[in-house]
Design a protein around this ligand. Structure first.
Ligand SMILES: NC(=O)c1ccc[n+]([C@@H]2O[C@H](COP(=O)([O-])OP(=O)(O)OC[C@H]3O[C@@H](n4cnc5c(N)ncnc54)[C@H](O)[C@@H]3O)[C@@H](O)[C@H]2O)c1
Length: 252
């Protein structure tokens, strides 16, 4: 028996990177996973490989969440877990950020997380409980100069998570809500950031594994193991917590 046998779990932004690693790890523990993404081609292909279900979604749209929850209710009849993982990280500091970019980042991270949590709680209540994970970042704990909107959005996710957690506890809903705060993890998002900020893709050079370790960059599975724990009943006493996965970056 896996640690998540028969649990029905949604992972957003699951076509690549952390979301894909999460989906793979959850399925390996017996979960039935609905992978959502705005990238339909890649999402469909990866879901097929994993024998998972793909749902095309733009998380920033409330309507996409209503459609997704109806789909999950009709196909699976319940919802046990939600990983609000989809995200973007455009580089822009306070002096250069535009209204368009600000709204896009907040729309995907904050609106997406908000409507996801609201829809999930409705379904989870009917099923007797569940677990929600909101993907934040160490940017929520320290702030990053070159990522103004991203830092603000991730900080918002951190406190939104605590508000939801305490509401669910007070209402005795048996729904837990936690945030996860990775440091740098080797995905397309970080590879792109390195190219933009350092001028070259260090992780594609001669010995990428050596570079990754020297730079203190983690692997997607480092986060996926945390997601499996938070989705499982092993974490039943963990609620409103901020789980940092950064190999000590924020304590140095
Ligand atoms: N990689 C890191 O170092 C790191 C660190 C801290 C936090 N995070 C967070 O983890 C999450 C995943 O990051 P990643 O590194 O895997 O990024 P990634 O860019 O590799 O993957 C992000 C995925 O989200 C999808 N997506 C983007 N906009 C979407 C939308 N509107 N609706 C649905 N899907 C959408 C993309 O198509 C892509 O598949 C993000 O929330 C990110 O902010 C990542």
């Amino acid at each position: 028996m896996g640690r998540l046998e028969n649990k029905v779990i949604i992972v957003t932004g699951a076509a690549t990177g952390l979301g894909l690693a999460d989906a793979r790890a959850l399925i390996a523990e017996g979960a039935r996973v609905i992978m959502t993404d705005i990238d339909v081609d890649k999402g469909t292909e990866e879901a097929k490989d994993l024998d998972a279900t793909f749902f095309s979604q733009d998380v920033s749209k409330e309507s996409s969440w209503l459609e997704l929850m109806t789909f999950v209710q009709e196909k699976f009849g319940r919802l046990d877990g939600l990983v609000n993982n989809a995200g973007i990280a455009p580089i822009a500091h306070i002096e250069e950020v535009t209204a368009e970019s600000w709204r896009q980042v907040l729309g995907i991270h904050l609106d997406g997380t908000l409507w996801g949590c609201q829809g999930a709680i409705k379904l989870m209540k009917e099923g007797g409980g569940g677990s929600i994970v909101n993907m934040s970042s160490t940017a929520a704990l320290i702030g990053i100069g070159s990522y103004l909107a991203y830092s603000a959005a991730k900080g918002g996710i951190r406190s939104m998570t605590k508000s939801i957690a305490i509401h669910c506890r007070q209402k005795k809903l048996n729904i837990r809500c936690n945030s996860v705060h990775p440091g740098s993890i080797n995905t397309a998002m970080v590879q792109h950031a390195l190219k933009e900020l350092v001028g070259k893709d260090l992780l594609a050079e001669e010995d990428p594994e050596k570079t990754r370790i020297e730079m203190g960059i983690g692997e997607p599975d480092d986060v996926a193991h945390m997601i499996v724990y938070l989705m499982s009943d092993e974490s039943k006493h963990v609620n409103g917590a901020e789980m940092v996965v950064d190999n000590g970056d924020t304590v140095i």
